[in-house]
Design a protein around this ligand. Structure first.
Ligand SMILES: C[S@@+](CC[C@H](N)C(=O)[O-])C[C@H]1O[C@@H](n2cnc3c(N)ncnc32)[C@H](O)[C@@H]1O
Length: 453
């Protein structure tokens, strides 16, 4: 597909698709960065073609309608929320990563582009001078970057770090003058370039530094990177903003989805969603995708978040050490696939406790989703099967069986190959350097309808 116009993935509205099984869910070579999906990267992003196809299908079947609500317990960068808005739906979501919350809001809430353009012009009028001053200050030893900016030493070229900090101060002022939404838009531009400016190796989601000889010649131009990304993002936002209904709501809770309906001051209402579309984490953040690690520097520099707050993200993710839940033996009775997995892990003296911690937490989210989704309405769980201790974990079957135990009714198991996903740790299962393994052969979309409660 040329350019960034929206790609409609199936002809449900033309009457071509009569069943979800007819869709090729692989969407090979599809453009996954159209409209605001292209504003910022995120690890293990769900491709937008999945919610697009599901929403098209369920609308064409009359199961959801304009003005309904889509809920996602694992928002990440907000793919479901953006697609919800593009299909005329309100969106609600949870995430425990503050950067994910910012991205989801920035991508899903349309902005008035003439105001955005004025804010851009305001900022650029003096940004170049401010950066020059930051550079001079750095060179004469009076850098304005605060001592307590909690960035680990040695991860950024220092003059550029002081420039990034200067941009963030300018954005704070812009936010005061315009609005929180405008500020957020600029923050995610700054966040997106932060990785490029750092010594982080390209294409890796975990923290790996480029080799020393490369670091010496790494001299990125912060102003150029920022303005190029800003203008690209404004163009994407303009296209998005023209296509969507500005009166819809997007509510992203910076809160745990294991307790979604009971979180103090930030709860999701029971019986409030007409459809759920989600891609849960593959496993605990420590040994699979470290969302917090990925987000740490951008969130500190561009979002004003603290080091401790960012450090706790990976521990609070499903299966992480912050969970207060006890292991739940009954899960093995309720899910034969989980029982078989646990038996194999125990036989091999593998990581059965980690598997239990993850599934126990995941099960809590299923129970919450059962409360939030209206009876009989569809939920789609896009899951990948990972390996642990070289044992394939059949997450799709575990999802089906435990959802059934909660009272959901099984509808479909839709397999998909992952054509070109960047697997951040594909060469290090169980974190053994140099050992390669087939961590995620494929994904499945598990479709279940909500219990009659
Ligand atoms: C696979 S990603 C979701 C990607 C998203 N669908 C997208 O397209 O960007 C899983 C997300 O779940 C979040 N997460 C993990 N544990 C959570 C919890 N207990 N409550 C809410 N969110 C959680 C992670 O921070 C991560 O952003």
């Amino acid at each position: 597909m040329a350019g960034n116009t929206r790609q409609t993935t199936l002809g449900a509205s033309d009457g071509e698709i009569t069943s979800l099984e007819d869709i090729d869910w692989t969407f090979e070579k599809a453009d996954t960065s159209y409209l605001t999906h292209g504003l910022h990267s995120y690890p293990a992003r769900m491709i937008p073609q999945i919610p697009d196809a599901l929403l098209n299908y369920y609308k064409s079947e009359g199961i959801i309608d304009d003005g309904d609500t889509v809920y996602d317990p694992f928002s990440g960068s907000g793919t479901t929320a953006v697609e919800g808005r593009l299909h005329g739906l309100h969106a609600e979501a949870n995430d425990i990563n503050p950067l994910a919350v910012t991205l989801s809001k920035a991508k899903a809430e349309p902005l008035d582009v003439s105001t955005l353009q004025s804010a851009r012009d305001d900022l650029l009028e003096h940004l170049s001078d401010s950066l020059e001053r930051a550079r001079e200050n750095y060179e004469d030893g009076s850098s304005l970057t605060p001592e307590d900016l909690e960035i680990r030493d040695g991860w950024f070229p220092e003059p550029q770090l002081s420039e990034l900090y200067t941009v963030s101060v300018e954005i704070n002022q812009l936010e005061t003058k315009y609005s929180e939404e405008i500020g957020r838009f600029f923050r995610i531009v700054l966040s997106a370039i932060t990785r490029k400016v750092s010594y982080q190796r390209n294409g890796e989601y975990k923290r790996y530094r480029m080799p020393e000889e490369k670091r010496e010649s790494h001299n990125p131009d912060v102003y150029d990177l920022f303005v190029t990304k800003l203008d690209k993002n404004i163009k994407l936002m303009r296209e998005y903003s023209e296509q969507v209904d500005h009166s819809l709501n997007t509510t992203i809770h910076y809160a745990d989805s294991r307790t979604a309906t009971t979180n103090d001051d930030d709860a999701v209402e029971e019986n409030s969603a007409d459809i759920v579309i989600t891609s849960p984490p593959y496993g605990d953040h420590r040994t699979t995708v470290a969302y917090g690690q990925f987000s740490q520097d951008p969130a500190i520099i561009a979002g004003g978040h603290g080091y401790d707050e960012m450090k706790s993200v990976d521990k609070t993710g499903l299966g992480g050490s912050n969970s207060e839940l006890e292991p739940l033996e009954e899960l093995e009775e309720w899910s034969p696939s989980f029982a078989a997995t646990m038996d194999t892990l125990r036989e091999k003296e593998g990581r059965s406790e980690d598997a239990m911690d993850f599934v126990r937490d995941y099960y809590e989210v299923m129970k919450e989703v059962a409360k939030i989704l209206k009876p009989g309405q569809p939920s789609a769980w896009v899951v990948a099967n990972r390996t642990m201790s070289r044992v394939n974990i059949p997450t799709h079957l575990i999802t089906k069986e435990l959802c059934e135990h909660v009272g959901f009714e099984y509808q479909h198991m839709l397999p998909r190959e992952i054509p070109n996903k960047t697997l951040p740790w594909s060469n290090a299962p169980e974190n053994v350097p140099g050992v390669t393994g087939d961590l995620m052969a494929n994904e499945n979309i598990v479709v279940m309808t909500a219990p009659d409660n």
